[in-house]
Design a protein around this ligand. Structure first.
Ligand SMILES: Cc1cc2nc3c(=O)[nH]c(=O)nc-3n(C[C@H](O)[C@H](O)[C@H](O)COP(=O)(O)O)c2cc1C
Length: 190
């Protein structure tokens, strides 16, 4: 499980010619809907997108790797082949905790995908109004996140953080992600 967690990185370059089928997409919805939920209120709803036509409409509304100032996002051949839009139902009971629930549901989708060799990237920086207009879900649902999926074509490497948490790429295009060490984050053990 720890190996799977280590592999489940944010991937932003994919093989656009390897598509994902309907069974995979409904597996993602299962991974999300079966997740833990505060008060079991289950306030989240999902839209899956895997048609080439809709993927090409969604892509321009997403913002990639804000810390990589000289990179605008993947070239056409390396764009995601599927997305899941994660919505909160505004009519869910007031005990619902959609922000927390959505983190859990997204991570379960990403783990499910990675276990099948499929990479993912959670995206919060996106043009929500424009995406809502494209997907036509209606005002009852509040778009929280988009999760992108595809078979990765990049190496993402975890490193021990030595001060700066900023991720970076080297000349070969490998992507490095500094993480605090256990010593940094593990305050105490009794
Ligand atoms: C809540 C959340 C929102 C994110 N939004 C974006 C985003 O808008 N664009 C993007 O390229 N990456 C986004 N990411 C990916 C983070 O940049 C990524 O998790 C971070 O760089 C650490 O890399 P790792 O996921 O491989 O550990 C987001 C991640 C999370 C958890």
């Amino acid at each position: 499980m720890l190996d799977l967690i280590k592999k489940t990185r944010s991937y932003r370059r994919f093989n656009n010619s390897r598509k994902l089928d309907a069974e995979f997409m409904s597996g993602l919805v299962d991974a999300a809907r079966l997740s833990q939920s505060g008060a079991n209120a289950q306030p989240l709803r999902y839209v899956t997108i895997s048609s080439e036509e809709m993927c090409s409409k969604i892509y321009p509304e997403l913002r990639w790797a804000g810390r990589l100032k000289d990179w605008d996002g993947p070239v056409e051949a390396e764009r995601p082949v599927a997305y899941v839009a994660v919505y909160a139902d505004t009519e869910a009971p007031s005990v619902a905790m959609p922000q927390v629930d959505s983190g859990i549901a997204m991570q379960n989708m990403c783990l499910y995908a990675m276990a099948k060799g499929v990479g993912s990237c959670m995206i919060g920086n996106c043009m929500k109004k424009e995406i809502n207009a494209l997907l036509g879900v209606g005002e009852r649902y509040n778009l929280l996140w988009i999760v992108a999926f595809g078979y990765p074509v990049e190496n993402v490497v975890l490193t021990d953080c030595t001060g700066d948490v900023a991720y970076y790429r080297d000349a070969e295009g490998d992507h490095f992600v500094p993480k605090y060490t256990a010593k940094d984050v593990h305050l105490a053990s009794f």
